[in-house]
Design a binder for this molecule. Structure first.
Ligand code: UDP
Ligand code: MG
Length: 313
């Protein structure tokens, strides 16, 4: 029987932690008694620099059961980094690791099927949302729009899959080799390869607490996903720049013909419009290029992605 570790990033999750722990312990007891996992399996909560009582609660849970452990990061580093910190810390001890969110929006009953797929030889099993009717209208449409856009931009990701997935020890060892600091795990993991499987489930509502992903963080994350994996936005700007240049040559010829035919300049409107349109487009183009240069700047510094303060076993 193999050892399963669950990795759960938590940021200010005091409202949900107790209930989450209860449900997961219940699941664990079932899995152990069915002989699906080894009884040395663990549930590891990663505290991503919470400002509330999350870490104290993890400490108490750790004392109350042998299944629960805690990792405390030195400060808030964001969901993706907290997740990576957990995965990299536990991979030496585990045979398989499942990552999930602290609010249990992702149905924990999918865990059984993920484990079955692991025993069938899959190194990565993706949890995919079959429907999102519990998400707000806004969240559903922005999220699905994002998945479609990123596919169009040529990034290989699994549609409607977030960070609920099983990975084998072998897959995690390979993940370690991806050194980038601009982390977008959903884009990196398909690059690992190996035999993969998919498990579908229904996404629930967050049962307590607020989303830790406000619109601003969501947009930043989407931009990270696009610019870390696709250079199509830069190509797009090159194509538009080339087209505008071609058009301007046609106009130049036209204006010269008019000039030599003796017409005087009247077109104030067209002048001012083109000044603003071109100026705006140039700023946008510089912004896109700047975004990529910023990425290079951060990557070359190669700073640590997270720092672990404590690991309670
Ligand atoms: N999270 C984190 N660090 C952050 C923000 C979020 O570790 O800076 C965790 C959070 O505790 C949760 C998961 O990431 O376990 C997903 O966050 P949330 O459920 O708020 O996002 P949503 O489901 O609304 O997209
Ligand atoms: Mg959530």
């Amino acid at each position: 029987m193999k050892k399963l570790y669950l990795v759960i990033p938590c940021y200010n999750e005091e409202a949900v932690l107790q209930e989450t722990a209860t449900q997961l312990l219940n699941k664990f007891n079932n899995l152990v008694s069915e002989g699906k996992i080894n009884e040395d399996s663990k549930i590891v909560f990663v505290d991503d620099g919470s400002k509330d009582k999350t870490w104290e609660m993890i400490g108490e849970l750790n004392k109350s059961t042998k299944y629960i452990r805690g990792i405390k990061l030195s400060r808030n580093k964001g969901h993706q980094n907290a997740l990576l910190a957990g995965l990299m810390t536990v991979k030496e001890e585990a045979d398989m690791v499942i990552s999930l969110d602290a609010d249990l929006q992702d149905d924990i009953n999918a865990i059984d099927e993920m484990i079955d797929k692991y025993y069938e030889g899959c190194d990565i099993v993706y949890g995919v949302r079959s429907q999102r009717d519990k998400d707000s209208f806004f969240k559903k449409h922005t999220a699905e729009g994002f998945y479609k856009l990123i596919e169009k931009l040529g990034v290989e990701i699994v549609y409607n899959h977030a960070d609920y997935r099983l990975m084998s020890k072998r897959a995690l060892d390979e993940l370690e080799g991806f050194r980038e600091v601009n982390l977008f795990l959903r884009g990196i993991i398909p690059l690992i390869g190996f035999k993969t499987g998919v498990v579908t489930y229904k996404r629930n509502e967050r049962f307590a607490g607020e989303s830790k992903y406000p619109l601003k963080k969501m947009l930043a994350f989407a931009l990270e996903g696009i610019t870390s994996f696709s250079i199509k936005p830069i190509r797009f700007i090159t194509v538009i720049g080339g087209s505008i240049f071609a058009i301007s040559i046609v106009f130049l010829i036209y204006f010269l013909i008019r000039h030599f035919n003796g017409y005087t300049v009247k077109g104030w409107t067209s002048t001012i419009v083109s000044v603003w349109a071109l100026g705006g487009f140039q700023l946008l183009a510089i912004g896109v290029i700047g975004e990529y240069i910023g990425k290079i700047y951060l990557e070359t510094k190669d700073r640590p992605k997270y720092i672990i303060d404590q690991y309670i076993k």
